[in-house]
Ligand binder design. Structure first.
Ligand code: F6R
Ligand code: MG
Ligand code: MG
Length: 363
């Protein structure tokens, strides 16, 4: 068995919230290389999406392992030191706890982990997003694992025909429900279609029960009880064989659907697929980005990555995203570009209401 852990945090942006500084990535690389030499990790890859630092690690310790989580936490602390020296913007912003307490979950960083038996060929796609929240994976995961108009394998591949099981989390009430596709898709969509509240945590193959996908489902704003940043979630997807083919996994991102989280975490905008190099959300701090790093696993070794959206077949999605961005921006401070009041992470509403209290009169 091998465990793949993707643990990420925004520990400082360069410039503003638009990107990451090379020295921060260098520090993380140093730390992870040492952990590999010390045999804590089998292999690793350090990357970024916008201002989020991504630690991609394989190891033999299983999910939610204290030594791996503590190592990731300490790495973020070390990288925060570099960020502070450079006075990067929001240095250490996602590290919400003062001290490590067993597990990085609930401490600020985002976590997606899966333990599995490596197959003869193990293609893995790791999606990473900036300027959006964990529910952003709902639509693409539905398409990959439940929509035959996206994934023809559900219809014509014998090993996929039984469908997939979805574990959906209610991120506000802290509850979860498991529903089967295709039998229960109408019930499933009722929840998945409301991504600000319900987020797909995991997907399983119904025949083998094998893990197919895992995402991070933190809601930073909920955890801190005040605005501290965006979830900027990650999602691991296993591919080929009994899982959707690489092309079926990537296909949902040809449509730059709307997600929440643009500018001050308070606007809807198109989810733009870009290369990792181009994941620098700068226009109105966006539009929200998604990148995809592809690996072949070999005895836990991360062979790769291939930068999967660095491909002309996603040019049209990027163009459409820019057009949708113009259209959404034309609404300025009006909904539905601006999020509904209860979803806004930044809001001056309470202060304004207090100030104008006496001036509200009964109709
Ligand atoms: C951060 C984000 C940005 C910030 C905005 C204000 O992920 O989405 O839009 O919310 O740049 O940032 P501060 O409050 O740090 O000046
Ligand atoms: Mg930031
Ligand atoms: Mg970010």
């Amino acid at each position: 068995m091998i465990t793949l852990s993707v643990i990420k945090a925004d520990i400082g942006g360069y410039v503003g919230h638009s990107s990451s500084h090379p020295l921060v990535l260098e520090k993380a690389n140093e730390r992870l290389a040492k952990a590999k030499r010390d045999k804590l990790l089998v292999d690793f890859h350090v990357t970024r999406c916008g201002d989020d630092l991504q630690l991609i690690m394989t190891h033999q310790n299983g999910e939610e392992d204290e030594s791996i989580h503590k190592f990731a936490w300490d790495t973020f602390l070390d990288c925060t030191k570099v960020a502070k020296e450079l006075k990067l913007h929001g240095a250490g912003q996602d590290l919400l706890a003062d001290a490590f307490s067993g597990n990085v979950k609930g401490m600020g960083p985002g976590v997606a982990e899966m333990e599995f038996e490596e197959r003869g060929s193990e293609p893995i796609i790791i999606f990473m997003a900036d300027k959006t929240s964990s529910g952003a994976w709902n639509l693409p995961l539905y398409k990959m694992f439940a929509d035959p108009f996206n994934t023809i394998g559900l219809v014509i591949a014998e090993n996929m025909h039984q469908g997939f099981r979805f574990e959906i989390h209610d991120v506000k009430e802290h509850k979860k429900i498991t529903l089967d596709a295709p039998d229960e898709i109408y019930d499933m969509l009722l929840f998945m279609g409301a991504p600000s509240r319900y987020a797909v945590k995991a997907v399983y193959h119904r025949g083998s029960n094998a893990i197919a996908s895992v995402s991070s489902t933190q809601r930073l704003s909920m955890m801190a009880g005040r605005y501290v940043g965006k979830d900027d979630p990650v999602c691991i997807v296993r591919s080929q064989g009994e899982f959707p083919a690489v092309g079926e996994v990537l296909e949902p991102f040809t449509n730059p659907f709307l997600v929440e989280g643009w500018m001050r975490g308070s606007h809807h905008g198109p989810f733009m697929p870009t290369s990792i190099e181009e994941s620098n959300p700068s226009r109105f701090d966006g539009p929200p980005r998604v990148v995809a790093a592809g690996f072949q696993l070999s005895g836990g070794k991360l062979v790769g990555p291939r930068d999967m959206f660095d491909d002309p077949s996603f040019d049209k999605a990027r163009r459409t995203a820019n057009e949708v961005a113009d259209y959404m921006r034309s609404h300025g401070p009006f909904e539905p570009h601006r999020l509904p009041l209860e979803e806004m992470e930044y809001t001056t509403m309470p202060q304004v209401v207090r100030k104008l209290e006496g001036r509200f009169v009964d109709l």
